[in-house]
Design a binder for this molecule. Structure first.
Ligand code: KG4
Ligand code: ZN
Length: 333
């Protein structure tokens, strides 16, 4: 029997992406057209600009992905697209295109939650299927701890009460005059800095729950800036990053212990962070837990993770209705 093949489109923010994933967890093609250059001069994503620029990119990307995979569109078993959360006008482009293709081909359509894409991405390309675990989803828009029982069955353990961790990285980078997106810049500068030089708050570290708060940390950096002089940027990046990473690591390992699971996963744009990867690796090993980090090429937004989540749903018969609408506030749980 041939292995199921899913084509997916992701346009929830400023990345236009198309990918093909084949059962059980193999990436057959993954194409991403970044719009970072267009949004960089505004210091963040401009929704209208993002959606307008998705439109001309979709068809060439589908053609490129099919060519890369060596497959014909007729071989695809199901068409998936990100349904939400994200920017509505951006989501509409990929979601509508996918529904149109599914209708034209007479194939099932599956609308995928972007966060489910991130959550399952540590398993993509690996030799194990999703199993009982606690997942930290940490990106520009979200910071959540989720217990995964099986694909489609999730329980929210905690989330940020204000800024997402990636948002804090981006805002602190902006305060320091670093380009957008700031996360990778802070990570790079922090490598040369002293994480102990500035004592920054670890908000909610001992709150007794699995929620997060990062806006106080960002404000602490803002108030600190006028008081320091000299060459401080690397030390400040390292100290800020250390505060974020310590809270993320402690809460994630604590949540896994609380749920009595021995597998931790980390996904989303901020999971590319080098300090988070090394500290989480140390902490998981000290706690005797297994850790699955998202492969570096899949941490930021991509369509392979959407195709994979779509594939898992397709295999369970969880098709979406073709009249389904994109939802900018779609919840995972
Ligand atoms: O998952 P993603 O591509 O988009 C969302 O769904 O939000 O995540 C983007 C976020 C941005 O805030 C970016 O600054 C952050 O991920 N990011 C990083 C790193 N690489 C990307 N943050 C810290 N360290 C990094 N190396
Ligand atoms: Zn994302």
């Amino acid at each position: 029997m041939s292995r199921s093949l899913v084509l997916a489109i992701e346009t929830s923010c400023d990345e236009t992406a198309v990918a093909l994933v084949r059962a059980p967890r193999e990436i057959a093609a993954s194409e991403i057209a970044s719009q970072i250059d267009l949004h960089q001069r505004f210091g963040g994503v401009v929704p209208e600009l993002a959606s307008r620029n998705h439109l001309p990119r979709i068809r060439p990307l589908i053609a490129a992905a099919l060519q890369q995979s060596g497959c014909a569109i007729g071989e695809v078993d199901c068409i998936a697209a990100t349904r939400g959360p994200g920017l509505l006008t951006a989501l509409l482009v990929g979601h509508s295109a996918a529904k149109g293709i599914a209708l034209a081909l007479g194939k099932p359509f599956i609308g995928v939650n972007h966060l489910e894409g991130h959550l399952l991405s540590p398993f993509l390309g690996s030799d194990t299927c999703p199993s009982q675990s606690v997942g930290l989803i940490v990106s520009g828009g979200h910071t959540s701890l989720v217990r995964l029982d099986e694909v489609g069955s999730y329980f929210l353990l905690g989330r940020t009460l204000d800024d997402a961790a990636g948002e804090a990285f981006d805002k602190v980078a902006k305060l320091l005059g670093l380009p957008y997106p700031g996360g990778p810049e802070v990570d790079r500068l922090a490598l040369k800095g002293d994480p102990k030089r500035f004592d920054l708050p670890r908000s909610m570290l001992n709150s007794g729950d699995f929620n997060f708060s990062f806006s106080g940390l960002k404000t602490a950096v803002r108030y600190l800036l006028p008081k320091i002089g000299g060459d401080y940027r690397a030390d400040l990046c390292a100290s800020f990053q250390e505060a974020v990473v310590e809270v993320l690591v402690r809460k994630t390992v604590g949540a896994a212990k609380y749920c009595d699971v021995s597998l931790i996963t980390v996904s989303g744009g901020v999971s590319a962070n080098s300090r988070l990867r090394s500290k989480m690796t140390d902490a998981a090993s000290a706690a005797g837990m297994q850790l699955k980090l998202t492969p570096p090429s899949l941490t930021t937004d991509n369509a392979a993770m959407i195709a994979y989540a779509g594939l898992e749903r397709f295999l369970k018969g969880l098709h979406s209705d073709i009249t389904e609408e994109a939802d900018p506030n779609l919840k995972l749980v």
